[in-house]
Design a protein around this ligand. Structure first.
Ligand code: P6P
Length: 331
């Protein structure tokens, strides 16, 4: 059954996410509604997390949680809260068999043995920005379960290549909150209207400009970048490009998708494989980028072709406008 192009599901901007999901589902003759419900469950959890982020300063839930995650990074209170909100919503929604999360060392089996789907998620990326009121985000991937339904979730279910994603998306908690996702037929963005409690279609069939003049990289680490990355950044400077780096991947990615640009997290002395995680950061945004006409590599190969070997593996990440990523990757 040929996949319908979201762009052909002509809904007027201003329609809500629910209506868009239903029209999207109608376009897939064999869709039985589980994926639609799963996307609704993610969107709902995003509303709850959005409310907690907006109240964080008042409710005293900013700051460090007092423990480190599996990455050895200090967990923020909102990291822990977001992880709980998403896992609880997905467990209750019943469509997800298991989750891998930046905040959990091992696979989280949700005891939904009949569920068809697996989620890889960074519940709240950029958490070091929470206390200084800078945009942060949730990043997620959806995979089909491979092992027989009814039995325990297997490692093969969660370690799938990015090219096997059923869907991917992010929630950007910024000046406005946006839910952006793809099911493999284009990328669509929904802006949250808190007074209605609805995500409203605001960015239909999003396309990433093929070229751009913005580069996003932490130049504080540039002394230990590979020479080819140093050379590419020098070219950007020679061309008078703008350096924009928020320190929040979702915010930098979203801006570059709208305006054109490249985000690079290269290997450094401190992070020889880069800092970003393949399963719940790079694969998700790589699918979005490609669906919007952009590109994502690890500097050598397509991100979505990488065969994962561990839940929290890190990879170098070059993502954004196709012409820029091509040049930076072969630089
Ligand atoms: P650095 C946040 O911790 C994050 O995962 C991304 O959101 C962000 O782009 C990057 O790390 C920032 O890392 O090493 O530049 O501070």
């Amino acid at each position: 059954m040929a996949k319908a192009e979201n762009s052909r599901i002509a809904l007027p901007v201003g329609s809500n996410l629910d209506r868009f999901i239903m029209r999207n589902q109608e376009a897939f003759a064999y869709a039985s509604g589980e994926l639609s419900q799963l996307i609704r469950d993610l969107a709902y959890a995003g509303k709850v997390v959005n409310r907690e982020i907006n109240r964080a300063g008042l409710a005293g839930i900013t700051g460090a949680y007092g423990a480190d995650n599996v990455q050895g990074e200090a967990q923020q209170n909102l990291d822990v809260a977001a992880n709980i909100r998403f896992s609880r919503a997905l467990q209750k929604g019943g469509e997800v068999a298991a989750i891998i999360s930046e905040e959990e060392e091992d696979i989280m089996d949700l005891n939904n043995p009949r569920a068809k789907y697996i989620i890889a998620i960074d519940p709240l990326d950029g958490s070091s920005n929470i206390d200084v009121n800078v945009s942060i985000g949730t990043i997620f991937s959806i995979y089909r379960r491979l092992s027989p339904q009814g039995g325990p979730v297997q490692m093969e279910d969660v370690l799938q290549k990015g090219s096997d994603q059923v869907a991917a998306g992010y929630i950007l908690y910024g000046s406005s909150t946006m839910f952006v996702y793809t099911t493999g037929a284009g990328v669509n963005g929904f802006t949250y209207e808190p007074s209605l409690g609805e995500y409203i279609l605001s960015h239909q069939n999003m396309k990433m400009p093929n070229d751009g003049t913005i580069y996003s990289v932490n130049e504080g680490a540039s002394k230990t970048f590979p020479q080819e990355v140093k050379d590419y950044i020098d070219k950007c400077k020679d061309r008078g490009y703008s350096a924009r780096y928020i320190g929040s991947l979702v915010a930098d990615f979203h801006r570059n998708m709208l305006k054109g640009g490249i985000y690079i997290y290269p290997p450094t002395e401190k992070a020889p494989n880069g800092k970003l995680r393949l399963m719940y950061e790079c694969n998700c945004l790589a699918m979005i980028a490609e669906q919007a006409g952009g590109m994502a590599t690890d500097g050598k190969q397509r991100i979505l072709d990488i065969e994962p070997t561990s839940l929290h593996q890190r990879v170098p990440f070059f993502v954004g406008s196709k012409k820029m990523v091509k040049e930076a990757s072969k630089a």
